[in-house]
Design a protein around this ligand. Structure first.
Ligand code: PMP
Length: 351
């Protein structure tokens, strides 16, 4: 046996760039506004001596705050280091039948990476011609289902009746609805369904609508049995995944509902204005319910636009995957940042 034969080798997920210089950064769906004021205050007044101690392994303060926000019991909430951590743990915990897990072919590309990492077979289901999920594809024998709602990078929201149909067709496998972008949808969350479907797990994140990508907080909501299994897996890895600053700052963010609502509404307003601007420039895009817009231009190559914007210090996201290589995924920034983007596009396309 060679050394290489003993290694768990994987092709890692490639996140969007985090340039160290100042750019107009519309490439990783971060929030352009700061976190709730209570977060800054908590950081300012934090007692470093508290770091001597391990944090609460059960993360009660944050879990209880989230439970109140979601109107569920604390035993129905699981927290992790970003929703990537929660999702990774969920793949490990719930997708163990040896049957293929199903997810859309155009979706969050980390799903394939976790499946490969844990040796979970998977099959991708094509989106329909309007880029929506085809619910019929999720009615066959499978080892579990996962999709984002709204989907990424399309931004399209699926109504809860579509999700319920998928849940009803799959009572014996876990269906994960990744709601990283739900707060921008202005539509109901699947959290309201967790008491009706034993097989439903919903995940959300603090990285987008709560402006805390740098703090790494995500959570899952589901019935106690599912959450109990997730905790067992997590405590078998590491008993203290949430740092004390994350617990304190995360709780501050959840408690300030007015600020959350105000910033989320601002982003939705700028998104709707940006859709009009993009349409005027001739772009085509699915009608996003997220904090990004997935747009292509019938006359200009996606890769060319991506590079020309980057030269002008405007970063958006672009993939080489053939089905989507004409598209740019543009995060909704402030109105000023979006205006810079539109001015640059104007300049590039009028050359
Ligand atoms: N799900 C989707 C669909 C995402 O786009 C992202 C952001 N990359 C995540 C989950 C993970 O976000 P985080 O780990 O920051 O919570």
């Amino acid at each position: 046996m060679r050394l290489e034969d003993n290694i768990r080798r994987v092709t890692p997920y490639v996140p969007g760039e985090q340039p160290q210089k100042k750019v107009v950064k519309l490439n990783t769906n971060e929030n352009p506004y700061p976190p709730a004021p209570g977060v800054a205050e908590a950081l300012r007044t934090m007692d470093a001596d508290r770091l001597r101690l391990y944090p609460d392994p059960e993360v009660r303060m944050l879990t209880e705050s989230l439970a109140r926000y979601c109107q569920v019991d604390p035993e129905e909430v699981f927290v992790g280091v970003g929703s990537d951590d929660v999702l990774s743990m969920s793949f490990l915990t719930f997708f163990n039948s040896g049957k293929p897990v199903l997810f859309p072919d155009i979706t969050y590309s980390f799903y394939k990476v976790w499946a490969d990492l844990y040796r979970i077979p998977y099959e991708c289901c094509p989106l329909d011609e309007k880029m929506h999920l085809r619910k019929e594809d999720y009615k066959r024998d499978n080892g579990g289902i996962i999709f984002p709602n709204p989907n990424a990078p399309t931004g399209l929201y699926e109504e809860l009746d579509v999700i319920e149909e998928i849940l009803k067709s799959n009572p014996n496998v876990v269906v994960i609805v990744d709601e990283a972008y739900i707060d921008f949808a202005g539509k109901p969350s699947a959290v309201s369904l967790i008491h009706r479907y034993d097989n439903l797990l919903v995940t959300q994140t603090f990285s987008k609508s709560r402006s805390m990508a740098g703090m790494r907080i995500g959570f899952a909501v589901g019935n106690r049995r599912l959450i109990g299994w997730l905790k067992d897996a997590k405590y078998s890895f590491n008993s203290y995944t949430m740092s004390w600053p994350a617990i304190v700052c995360g709780t501050e963010a959840v408690e300030d509902r007015a600020y959350f609502q105000k910033t989320t509404e601002k982003i939705i307003a700028v998104r709707e204005w940006s859709k009009k601007k993009l349409a005027e420039l001739g772009f085509e895009f699915p009608d996003s319910s997220a904090n990004f817009i997935f747009a292509k231009h019938p006359e200009y190559d996606g890769g060319m636009l991506f590079s020309a914007l980057k030269e002008r210090q405007i970063y958006v996201r672009h993939w080489e995957q053939p089905e989507i290589r004409q598209y740019l995924r543009i995060t909704v920034g402030t109105k000023e940042e979006m205006q810079k983007l539109f001015d640059a596009l104007d300049e590039i396309m009028n050359k």
